[in-house]
Design a protein around this ligand. Structure first.
Ligand SMILES: Cc1cc2nc3c(=O)[nH]c(=O)nc-3n(C[C@H](O)[C@H](O)[C@H](O)COP(=O)(O)OP(=O)(O)OC[C@H]3O[C@@H](n4cnc5c(N)ncnc54)[C@H](O)[C@@H]3O)c2cc1C
Length: 546
């Protein structure tokens, strides 16, 4: 085709940059939540993640989606999923950087460090993080079976990535998944119909045979899963490996893979258990609290993941608008666009602050206040950060105009983010379930209210809007029982904690604009409605990815 024109005023892609070094809000949140943390590994990860090579892997893993093979050439069942080499490159980077089980091996600020790495990785490719997140989350729940925890613990913390479909004993590192959701009930797992029948006892404890199904069963090539099934004493948690200790394949059949809106690189399957062997984890009849120890951590990751996606969407919006001109000047210099970008930057930084704060609570061990913060902020952050994500992605996409809606190239990342981001709000407990879980947490009474009060204390007196907003919370928490109001309460606890954190580790213009808009209500219902007088310049300069 003959060229009819010169191509100009089209921004260069955001590539070959350090995703960590350029993220000032994340670095400040890290300094606050993990003082003295050695960030050298995060610096290296940030450089790798921002490279054109990893961006290419991310694109390819999402274009060449996983393929299910139920049978081999001669008709034997195989039940394996085949992935593109780029998927394996991403998984190897995630495990090699310790984004899976490594915090359980110990070390100062291990969960915060890993949380920062997880958000950075999400900026580039979120769907491979599904098995990575589940592998991170499983360790506390697995303690319910000490024999299995002792044998599998070192494999779960190993940084080796070994995708071979062979018994775990032959592998340097493993991944684990979870199976709760069935056709007739997902949020209400008590409706599970999968049956567990006692089958004897061995070195791994009480053994059962499982018959039934799971309607959503992500990353089925994981080496083992925690699943729920009905045992004689009620719903129970089981360890179900893909290979049995005798070296044969367990009776798990992958029926098909889900055709999903986004999250394309990750395989999410439907499975059946045909008398599959599984071992009891925890007590019979106590399956829900047992597996929720895993669910709590995957909920943390939903907030962290959304934080990363928001940051990348913002970075793309800033990159584009700083290079694209319309009506005589760069878009980033147009006053109304500055309002949109600054508003997005505030939201992104507030998400970063809340997610990292929650991650710190998991470094808190037996500290009573940190335990209360884990209980309080997990549903709050999962609800609020994930809820804001979809709206955020749409607005960031719009900053790129038509290019934002196109899948191709570096900016195509925004289309991928837009398709991915609602997932974090749905899985691991959808929005209403999180808001209702907050009500349950608040029933703990005074101790929880006191812990929240202490969390907000450092910002008291710093802004009249904050003081008024924070003062209204205790009475609402005391009366927190009406399910109808649960979302409003979750939102407002999130906003108050975000503001208190911004006061402590963000510059004054960020804190002030957040309080005026989110707490005092001097704001509209769409992004880009900050009041005039906000320090747009400082907020945007701080958010720039270059
Ligand atoms: C891509 C993908 C991968 C997944 N992978 C896994 C996996 O690996 N393992 C696994 O176990 N599950 C997995 N899930 C399932 C996911 O966790 C569930 O879809 C989710 O928990 C919701 O359950 P549900 O789909 O049955 O919806 P429902 O439980 O039917 O809920 C529908 C809606 O009703 C709301 N709702 C429910 N109860 C109440 C109430 N009492 N009051 C008010 N509102 C209520 C919910 O918030 C939700 O918005 C996956 C889902 C997706 C989309």
């Amino acid at each position: 085709m003959d060229a009819t024109h010169e191509v100009f005023n089209q921004p260069a892609a955001l590539t070959n940059y350090n995703v960590f070094a350029t993220n000032r809000p994340l670095r400040d949140a890290l300094r606050f939540n993990a003082p003295g943390l050695d960030t050298a590994e995060l610096e290296r990860l940030g450089q790798t993640l921002g490279s054109s090579e990893m961006q290419q892997h991310s694109r390819l893993a999402n274009v060449h989606t996983p393929q299910l093979h139920t049978h081999d050439r001669v008709g034997r069942r195989v039940d394996v999923v085949e992935f593109h080499p780029s998927y394996h490159a991403l998984m190897a980077l995630a495990t090699g950087t310790g984004l899976h089980g490594t915090p359980w091996a110990g070390g100062a600020h291990a969960h915060v460090r890993r949380a920062a790495g997880f958000t950075l990785f999400t900026e580039m490719e979120p769907s491979t993080l599904c098995p990575i997140s589940m592998t991170y989350a499983v360790t506390p729940a697995l303690q319910g079976n000490p024999a299995i925890a002792a044998e599998w613990g070192p494999r779960l913390t190993s940084r080796a990535y070994d995708p071979r479909f062979v018994p775990a004993a032959q592998k340097g590192g493993v991944t684990m998944g979870m199976g709760m959701t069935e056709k007739q009930g997902g949020s209400d797992v008590r409706a599970n119909t999968t049956q567990a029948t006692r089958d004897g006892r061995d070195a791994w404890g009480e053994r059962y045979r499982l018959v039934g199904h799971k309607w959503f069963f992500s990353a089925p090539m994981c080496d083992a899963f925690l699943v729920l099934a009905q045992a004689p004493s009620g719903l129970s948690c089981f360890f179900l490996p893909r290979w049995l200790p005798d070296g044969t394949v367990n009776a798990l059949r992958i029926q098909r893979l889900k055709d999903k809106l986004g999250n394309k690189a990750n395989a999410s399957s439907e499975v059946e258990f045909h008398g599959a062997h599984a071992w009891l984890v925890g007590e019979e009849g106590r399956g829900v609290p047992q597996i929720l120890e895993m669910g709590t951590l995957t909920r943390l990751d939903c907030a962290l993941g959304t934080t990363g996606l928001m940051r990348q969407a913002l970075a793309q919006a800033l990159n584009h608008t700083s290079q694209r001109s319309a009506f005589g000047k760069p878009l980033i210099d147009q006053p109304l666009m500055r309002n949109v970008l600054a508003d997005l930057a505030l939201e992104s930084e507030a998400a970063t602050a809340l997610s990292l704060r929650l991650a710190r609570a998991f470094d808190g061990g037996s500290d009573e206040r940190e335990a209360l913060m884990r209980r309080l902020l997990t549903p709050v952050a999962k609800f609020w950060v994930c809820k804001r994500g979809s709206h955020f992605a749409q607005e960031a996409m719009e900053c790129l105009g038509g290019n934002g809606y196109v899948e191709e190239g570096g900016e195509g990342m925004l289309a991928r983010i837009y398709r991915e981001i609602p997932l974090n709000s749905i899985w691991e407990g959808a929005g209403n379930i999180m808001a209702l879980d907050l009500l349950r947490a608040l029933r703990k009474g005074g101790a929880m209210a006191d812990a929240l009060d202490a969390e907000l204390a450092p910002a008291r007196g710093a802004h009249t809007a904050f003081d008024r907003f924070a003062a209204s919370l205790p009475a609402r928490i005391d009366e927190a029982s009406a399910e109808t109001d649960a979302r409003r309460l979750a939102q407002d606890v999130a906003l108050a904690v975000q503001a208190a954190l911004l006061r402590q580790h963000a510059p004054e213009p960020v804190f002030d604009a957040f309080c005026r808009s989110r707490l005092a209500g001097d704001w509209g219902h769409a992004f880009g409605t900050l009041p005039s007088g906000v320090d747009f310049d400082s907020i945007i300069a701080r958010a720039m990815p270059h």
